[in-house]
Design a protein around this ligand. Structure first.
Ligand code: ADP
Ligand code: MG
Length: 557
C-alpha cells in the first residue's frame, strides 16, 4: 500500500510517490501532473475537479470555485448547485481526486498521505486540512510545513548538509519566504514572512493592463469575457517568457486584432511594484531569523512563479546568492512530502522536522495581582515555541500548610482560564508546605502529534504524570458521519467521463472567449461530439473528440 506526498496548493495541487530512491510524479486522468485546485458542479450536478473546473470558472462562474485554501479554518462556505460547501469539504474533493488518480496511476491502493501546509497555518487551518483528509478517505499521520518539505527535497537531492537555507515559495497568489536551519538531521523553521496577496496573478494582470494601454483599450471598461481573454493570453505570454526572450500577444476583439510584443525587460519595467513586494518579506524573514544575509548558505526557489527568469535574477540581485536550480519549483513541495512519507515507512533514514506550537499551554494559578481568590493562566509552553518542547516551572504553596496540589491544565491565550480550553487535571498529595514556599515543579512536554505530557514533582520527590490529547482532535464520529453522507451525494465525475467533460468545459470556455463566426464553428463541433456521446458509438465518439480537440488547439494557439 502506497503512502504519497501531497502539495495541496491554493492554485495547483499534485501528488508524488517516493519509491526506490525516485520521486514518481502522479499523472492525472488528463495526462498532467498538475491538477488545478478548482471545483465545479456540472450541468447534471456532478462534481468536476481540476482542469475542467478551472475552465468552467470562466464559462460557469456561478457553479465553480477556486482559491478555497485561503479560507481553511474559517467559516466561509460556497454554494455550488444548491449545496453549501465548507473550505475543508472543497479541499477533500481535491484530495479525493488526487487519491483516485494516484491509485489509477500506480495500480495499487493509496490510503495514507503526508500533506503539506503553509508554515503560518494556525491550529484551525491545520485541523481543517486534517478534516479534509479524513473526508477524502486518506489517513494523515502528519502534516508537513511547506518550507520544510522544500528543504527536504533539496537535501535529498544535494546531500544532507548542515546549513541555513532560505526558501522562497512564489505561487499563483501568495509569496512565502522562510529561513530554515538544518543541523544534524533536524530541520527547523527559524522564521516565516510573506505576502498573501502577491503572486503569479499579479504578473498576468500587469501584462493585461499593459496590453490594453498600449492598444488604447481601457481595461476597466472591457466586458468580463474580454478581460478573461486578455488575461489568459497574458498568462500564456508570461509562461512563454520563461523559455524564450520575446513573445507576441494577439487578441481579436470586436472587429480588430490587437497585438503586443513583450520581452523580459518589458516585463520588469511593468512589474516594478511586484518586484518591490518580493524584497520586503525576504528582508523580514532574514531579520526575524536573527541571521545575517551572509549566513544564508543557499536559496531554494519553489512555486510556479519562481520559474520566471526575471524573478530568479531579482532574488539573486537582492541576496547576492545564485539560487539553487537542482529542484523543480513545481514539484519540490510534493516531493518533500513524499520523501517524508517514505521516511515514515523506513525506506529512508529519518530526519526530524520541528513544528511550532500554535497555542499556549499552561495551568491555572491563584491570581496574585488581584488576590481575590480568582484564578489566572500561568503559561508554561508559550505559543510559537518550537516543538517538540519540554519546559519545567516551579510553583509555590498558596495556603499555609498546603498538603495537596491540584494542577488544572489549559490551552489558550486568555489570561482568564475560563476563557481557555480546559484539558484536565492532576492531583497529588505532598508534605505540608508553608505559604509562598516552593511546593512542586510542573513539567510540560508537548510533541508534534498533539500529545501533552504533564509531570508534577513534589518537594519530597513524588511524581504524578498524565498524558493529555490537546485539541488537535478532528471531529466527533457523528459530525464526520454526517458530512461524509453529504459528500457521498457529491459524486465525482468518473475517470472515463472526465476526459469528455474536460473537453466540453474547454470548448465552452473558448466559446465564451470567441466571436460570432468562431462561436458558430465551436457550437457545430461541440453538438456533434455531445450527440455521439449520447449515442454511445465508441468509434464515432473518438472521431468527434479528436476533431473538437484539434479545432480548439487551432483556436487557442
Ligand atoms: P500555488 O502554490 O499557488 O498553488 P503554483 O506554485 O503552482 O501555485 O504557481 C502557480 C503560478 O505559477 C501561476 O500564476 C502560474 O502562472 C505560474 N507559473 C507556472 N509555470 C510558470 C512558468 N513556466 N513561468 C512563469 N510562471 C509560471
Ligand atoms: Mg504552492
Amino acid at each position: 500500500m502506497a503512502k504519497i506526498g501531497i502539495d495541496l496548493g491554493t492554485t495547483n495541487s499534485l501528488a508524488v510517490l517516493y519509491k526506490d530512491g525516485q520521486a514518481v510524479r502522479i499523472i492525472n486522468t488528463l495526462g498532467s501532473y498538475i491538477t488545478p485546485s478548482a471545483v465545479s458542479a456540472d450541468d447534471d450536478d456532478r462534481i468536476l475537479v481540476g482542469e475542467a473546473a478551472k475552465d468552467r470558472l470562466i464559462s460557469h462562474p456561478d457553479r465553480s470555485t477556486s482559491e478555497f485554501k485561503r479560507n481553511m479554518g474559517l467559516r466561509k462556505t460556497v454554494e455550488l448547485a444548491g449545496v453549501e460547501y465548507t473550505p475543508e469539504e472543497l479541499s477533500s474533493l481535491i484530495l479525493k481526486k488526487l487519491k483516485a488518480d494516484s491509485e489509477a496511476f500506480l495500480g495499487e491502493p493509496v490510503e495514507e498521505a503526508i500533506i503539506s501546509v503553509p508554515a503560518y497555518f494556525d491550529d484551525n487551518s491545520r485541523r481543517a486540512t486534517r478534516v479534509a483528509a479524513d473526508l477524502s478517505g486518506l489517513k494523515v499521520e502528519r502534516l508537513i510545513n511547506e518550507p520544510s518539505a522544500a528543504a527536504l527535497a533539496y537535501l535529498n537531492k544535494n546531500g544532507y548538509e548542515d546549513g541555513t537555507y532560505m526558501v522562497v515559495d512564489f505561487g499563483g497568489g501568495t509569496l512565502d519566504v522562510s529561513v530554515v536551519d538544518v543541523f544534524e538531521n533536524i530541520i527547523e523553521i527559524l522564521a516565516v514572512s510573506g505576502n498573501n496577496k502577491l503572486g503569479g496573478k499579479d504578473f498576468n494582470e500587469a501584462i493585461a493592463k499593459n496590453f490594453c494601454s498600449k492598444n488604447g483599450l481601457i481595461y476597466e471598461e472591457l466586458s468580463s469575457v474580454e478581460k478573461a481573454v486578455i488575461y489568459r493570453n497574458a498568462e500564456r505570454a508570461k509562461i512563454e517568457l520563461s523559455q524564450i526572450p520575446m513573445v507576441m500577444i494577439e487578441v481579436p476583439l470586436e472587429q480588430d486584432k490587437y497585438v503586443l510584443t513583450l520581452t523580459n525587460k518589458d516585463l520588469i519595467s511593468i512589474s516594478k511594484d511586484i518586484f518591490a513586494g518580493i524584497r520586503d518579506p525576504i528582508r523580514k524573514a532574514i531579520h526575524d531569523s536573527r541571521k545575517k544575509l551572509e549566513e544564508i548558505d543557499q536559496v531554494i526557489l519553489v512555486g510556479g512563479s519562481c520559474k520566471m527568469p526575471t524573478v530568479r535574477d531579482y532574488i539573486r540581485q537582492i541576496t547576492g546568492i545564485t539560487p539553487d536550480t537542482s529542484i523543480d519549483p513545481d514539484t519540490a513541495i510534493a516531493e518533500g512530502a513524499a520523501i517524508f512519507a517514505a521516511m515514515k515507512n523506513k525506506d529512508l533514514k529519518d530526519v526530524i522536522l520541528t513544528d511550532i506550537c500554535p497555542f499556549t499551554l499552561g495551568i491555572a494559578v491563584n491570581n496574585d495581582i488581584l488576590n481575590d481568590g480568582s484564578l489566572m493562566m500561568s503559561p508554561i509552553i508559550p505559543r510559537n515555541n518550537t516543538l517538540p518542547s519540554s519546559i519545567k516551572r516551579s510553583f509555590s504553596a498558596v495556603r499555609e500548610n498546603q498538603d495537596k496540589v491540584n494542577v488544572q491544565v489549559y490551552q489558550g491565550e486568555n489570561i482568564n482560564p475560563d476563557n481557555n480550553l480546559y484539558l484536565g487535571n492532576l492531583e497529588i498529595s505532598c508534605p505540608p508546605t508553608k505559604r509562598n514556599a516552593k511546593i512542586c515543579d510542573v513539567k510540560m512536554t508537548y510533541d508534534i502529534n498533539g500529545i501533552l505530557i504533564v509531570d508534577v514533582t513534589t518537594a519530597d520527590g513524588q511524581v504524578a504524570t498524565k498524558a493529555f490529547r490537546s485539541n488537535s482532535s478532528v471531529l466527533t464520529d457523528e459530525e464526520l458521519e454526517s458530512i461524509r453522507k453529504k459528500m457521498e451525494d457529491a459524486i465525482l465525475v468518473s475517470a472515463e467521463d472526465e476526459k469528455y467533460k474536460a473537453l466540453i468545459a474547454r470548448a465552452e470556455r473558448i466559446y465564451e472567449e470567441s466571436f460570432a463566426d468562431q462561436r458558430q464553428v465551436i457550437t457545430g463541433f461541440l453538438m456533434n461530439f455531445k450527440a455521439q456521446i449520447s449515442r454511445g458509438d465508441p468509434i464515432k465518439v473518438r472521431e468527434t473528440y479528436k476533431a473538437l480537440s484539434e479545432l480548439l488547439d487551432n483556436l487557442e494557439y
